[in-house]
Design a protein around this ligand. Structure first.
Ligand code: FES
Length: 176
């Protein structure tokens, strides 16, 4: 009888250890996975936030070109890949890559998308007019179009997307 009890204890011990092991392995896997998060295009941690959105050779001097920022949208619960995170207008002023300018297409008034017009740019929602370089001319937009950091690397036009507070004369960058 004593031997039988001992045998039952041994079996119970083995079963308990196996259960603990099963719990520990997934936990370790989670820690390992979170230690090196995936590189997500469009995220600030992806090449320090820079994203290639066009080729320098495709830009025409004096003709703004619209381009979209595409990347993963991340919230507390999910990652949605290939979302449109923003839209910019790219301006090429000449042969020198230093003449590149990028302007956010998000209207500083209430966030509609700014379009091209004969005079430069216009926001169709409440008719704010902007000059060919994005200066506010008429309408309710409280400030000029917002500049976006841009550069040319190995023939690629890269931007570092940013959002700004709407409805304020002061340009205030929003986080996230
Ligand atoms: S949202 Fe652009 S003018 Fe109102």
């Amino acid at each position: 009888m004593v031997d039988r009890r001992k045998a039952l204890k041994v079996v119970a011990g083995i079963t308990g250890a196996a259960a603990v092991g099963m719990a520990v392995v997934p936990a370790a896997a989670v820690v390992a996975a979170s230690a090196s998060p995936p590189r997500l295009p469009g995220r600030p941690d992806d090449d320090d936030g820079w994203q290639a959105i066009a080729r320098w050779d495709d830009l025409v001097v004096g003709t703004p070109r619209q381009a979209h920022i595409v990347g993963a949208e991340v919230d507390a619960w999910s990652v949605s890949p290939d979302r449109r995170l923003g839209t910019v207008w790219l301006l090429r002023g000449g042969e020198d890559t230093a003449s590149l300018r990028a302007l956010s297409a998000v209207c500083p008034h209430l966030g509609c998308i700014i379009e091209r017009s004969d005079a430069g740019f216009v926001c169709p929602c409440h008719v704010s007019d902007f000059s060919p370089v994005g200066a506010a001319l008429r309408g309710p937009s409280p400030r000029s179009m917002d500049p976006i950091e841009s550069r040319v690397r190995e023939g690629r036009v890269e931007v570092r997307w940013a959002r700004f507070r709407q409805g304020t004369a002061e340009r205030i960058r929003e986080e996230g």
